[in-house]
Write a protein that binds this ligand. Structure first.
Ligand code: ADP
Length: 747
């Protein structure tokens, strides 16, 4: 469409140029034609004087001739002295045509006003009019309209006069005149067509020349001002053009470069092979696009340029020259190299950080494994008195706190490094809240805080209450939620966040306070889970700070905590595509809320948590029942952990053999039959990974292998599976998870 419009505009512009040229030519030739016809008119006047029928009429005619001559002369002079913009106005065409019409009528009127009854004078009049008309062809044929407008009144008036005359001579002359008019008009039209064509061709040629000149100018400017070196050379590689940028980049002046071989001038030995290969391609008409080549400058310093080389070909595909452009990318290259080395450096630093975290986690978990493991075993002892049991519980809760801290620091580090992968699925709000209720209820009971759950996001306000109307105490919670609402989230991590918010709501509550969980639908298909407490609340100005790590708002050591929980929660929820926030009123407590995308029951991301195998759910410790004949081999180098695992497995009722490294384990496995191998990952002589690989290499696929590792990084799980292990449990190992993992494998 634009092309058509452009075409129409171009055509209109050309036509207007032709019209202007026609007007110019008409006015240009007017001086001569006016002079000639005025002279003929004067001669005719003197020849007819005394022979025409009416001297007065003849005088009127010559007077009119004089007036018209004067006006047309002034008009022509005025036009010729006008600037081009004024000449372009259409009024000039009209003025010229009016002048031509007056001229035509005047010459036609000669037959009437200068009429003579003598045939020889009438013949003279006819000759003069015909002569003027014929002469006008050369000056008026630039415009067909001007020619017709002059020609028609002149010849028609003359012919009419002759035709109406009574003499035979006049009538015959009129017939001849008619033929003359016809032929003159035909040749006038031909002359006009030729002239028009000439004008058109000339204007088109002029336009082309102007466009070419403009293009050439632009190219010249471009070549002079572009930061790209524009170089042309022939097939002998001799330089034929060299622009300003080429001078700047390579240091050679144009005069020094022209005629020189480009290879000798700017290509060092080290790049010769690369350039020769590219040159072979160019000769086969394959252009070079963005190839980085090392060059050297006049002072032999090394630079890197990005080259674009095009073979210039004729119609027959013969190369007539080569056009090349080069951009100096030396700085960019250096910058890229610095960037790569900075990235490598940062990767190394990150790796070091990960290694440090992994080691720290390992080192801290190993003693914790013993502390928590042995306290758990001690708890199972029946001989402990109440005081001793209290001490054991204290050690256990201090150990649990320590473990939580390690886990939180690891989480934070992993989120910041972007290593934490979530598994987003359709999560039942009922499932997750019911599980949180079970886990948090001991803490709530201990702190004498009542929990109130209203998970139904509709407006029905279905609150789970006891029959006596008081809010449900969750110590015996079976199912507090029955909302049938679903959200897109990572189940475990959502549970972690809600537990953290519930624990805070209990920790920072007032004595005998309460905590309430409610759900509500929000705009854009979001579901909000609110956790409201009756604590001291959070000052409005500190609302944003609480989500920053290690910010405890001056709580100090009065209430246990690390100040990391909310920061992790925020990042986890945001990774799930949700939002977390707090609404607070200092007098009545705070409401922490989480907003997530909700989904329907039919959404395909569904994961039915009820289908998990029994071992994935809360395990029940089955001490010693029916374990007869099941033999477990344990590979563990740390003596304390050896004692612990031995006692843990014995308390679960398993028959256990113990070795200190992979090598010993392999030897024993060759001689004895075992149903399960529990192996530490890091051991001297042969570690757990290698041990597993060796076992599988020997074709022993029946033996279940469980890794026990102090390294809590989830990616290690993959490493374990790759080595041929079946499962992994992380230290500190508690009896429940140990039992559950073993059951799962043996089943
Ligand atoms: P922690 O509880 O371990 O200190 P968090 O990141 O969970 O760390 O919380 C950060 C801080 O926010 C807390 O130290 C506390 O001052 C404040 N805070 C969190 N939850 C509540 C709440 N429900 N009521 C009052 N203050 C709270």
């Amino acid at each position: 469409m634009d092309d058509i419009k452009e075409g129409i505009n171009e055509h209109e512009f050309l036509e207007s140029q032709i019209t202007l040229e026609q007007i110019r030519l008409l006015y240009g030739s007017l001086k001569f034609s006016l002079g000639a016809s005025f002279s003929v008119a004067i001669i005719m006047y003197f020849m007819l004087r005394g022979h025409s029928d009416s001297a007065t009429n003849l005088n009127i005619w010559i007077g009119a001739v004089f007036v018209i001559f004067l006006f047309r002369t002034i008009d022509a002079l005025y036009f010729l002295s006008s600037p081009q913009e004024s000449q372009e106005q259409p009024i000039w065409h009209l003025r010229f045509l009016t002048g031509a019409l007056c001229g035509g009528i005047l010459w036609g009127m000669l037959a009437w006003l200068g009429h003579s009854s003598k045939d020889e004078f009438q013949a003279l009049i006819v000759m003069s009019v015909v002569g003027v008309c014929a002469g006008s062809l050369s000056s008026l044929a630039f415009s067909w309209r001007a020619l017709v407008i002059f020609f028609t009144p002149a010849t028609v008036l003359l012919a009419a006069n002759l035709f109406l005359a009574e003499s035979e001579f006049s009538k015959n002359t009129a017939v001849i005149l008619a033929f003359f008019i016809l032929f003159t008009l035909m040749s006038g039209k031909r002359i006009f067509n030729n002239t028009y064509q000439n004008i058109r061709l000339r204007i088109e040629a002029d336009n082309r020349e102007i466009a070419l000149e403009l293009m050439h100018q632009k190219q010249l400017l471009h070549s002079q001002q572009t930061p790209l070196a524009v170089i042309e050379f022939d097939l002998e590689l001799d330089i034929t053009d060299w622009n300003k940028a080429a001078e700047t980049i390579f240091g050679y002046k144009k005069i020094e470069a022209l005629g020189n071989n480009i290879l000798k001038l700017i290509v060092p030995e080290s790049s010769m092979k690369q350039v020769e290969e590219l040159w072979d391609g160019v000769l086969k008409l394959k252009p070079v696009i963005g190839e980085a080549i090392e060059n050297h400058t006049k002072d032999r310093s090394s630079i890197v340029c990005e080259w674009y080389i095009t073979p210039l070909t004729k119609h027959d595909n013969n190369i007539v020259g080569i056009a090349a452009m080069a951009l100096n990318i030396t700085d960019k290259k250096h910058f890229e190299e610095e960037l790569v080395s900075a990235r490598d450096e940062s990767d190394r630093a990150n790796q070091a950080k990960s290694d440090f975290l992994s080691n720290m986690s390992h080192e801290l978990r190993t003693p914790l494994n013993a502390i928590l493991g042995f306290t758990q075993l001690l708890n199972t002892e029946t001989t402990l008195d109440d005081k001793q049991k209290d001490y054991v519980n204290e050690i256990n809760s201090a150990g649990q706190l320590q473990l939580e801290l390690i886990n939180q620091i690891l989480d934070l580090a992993r989120i910041e490094e972007g290593y934490l992968n979530l598994s987003i699925e359709k999560v039942s709000v009922d499932d997750v809240i019911n599980e949180c209720a079970k886990l948090i209820s001991p803490l709530a009971n201990q702190s004498k805080i009542s929990l109130d759950f209203d998970c139904n996001p509709s407006n029905d306000d279905i609150t789970q209450t006891q029959s006596d109307g008081t809010a449900l105490q969750c110590s015996a919670v079976a199912s507090v939620c029955n909302s049938n609402a679903y959200v897109k989230a990572d189940y475990t991590r959502l549970k972690q966040v809600i537990i953290n918010l519930l624990a805070n709501a209990i920790k920072y509550n007032n004595v005998a306070g309460s905590v309430k969980i409610t759900c509500s639908h929000k705009e854009n298909n979001r579901l909000r889970i609110n956790i409201t407490d009756t604590g001291k609340g959070i000052p409005e100005e500190l609302k944003d700070d609480i989500f920053k790590p290690f910010n405890r708002l001056g709580v100090g050591h009065t209430i246990e905590g690390t100040g990391i929980g909310l920061s992790i929660s925020k990042q986890l929820i945001e990774k799930m595509g949700g939002n977390i926030g707090v609404d607070c009123s200092p007098e009545t407590g705070s409401t922490f809320w989480i907003e997530l995308d909700s989904c329907t029951v039919s959404d395909s991301v569904a994961t039915d948590r009820n289908n998990l195998s029994p071992s994935d759910q809360q395990p029940m410790i089955d001490k010693g029942n029916g374990k007869d004949g099941i033999r477990i081999l344990v590979a563990e180098d740390n003596p304390i952990n050896q004692t612990l695992i031995l006692n843990q497995l014995n308390s679960l009722g398993y028959e256990v053999d113990l070795v200190s490294n992979g090598n010993e384990a392999l030897k024993l496995l060759d001689k004895e039959h075992y149903d399960l191998l529990l192996t530490d990952c890091n051991m001297p002589v042969m570690d757990g990974y290698e041990l597993s690989r060796e076992i599988r290499k020997k074709g022993n696929d029946q033996l279940s292998i469980i890794a026990i590792t102090a390294d809590a990084f989830p990616e290690r799980e993959e490493e374990c599976l790759k080595a041929g292990m079946n499962a992994r449990i992380t230290k500190p190992v508690d009896l429940d998870s140990l039992n559950s993992a073993i059951n799962k494998q043996l089943n």
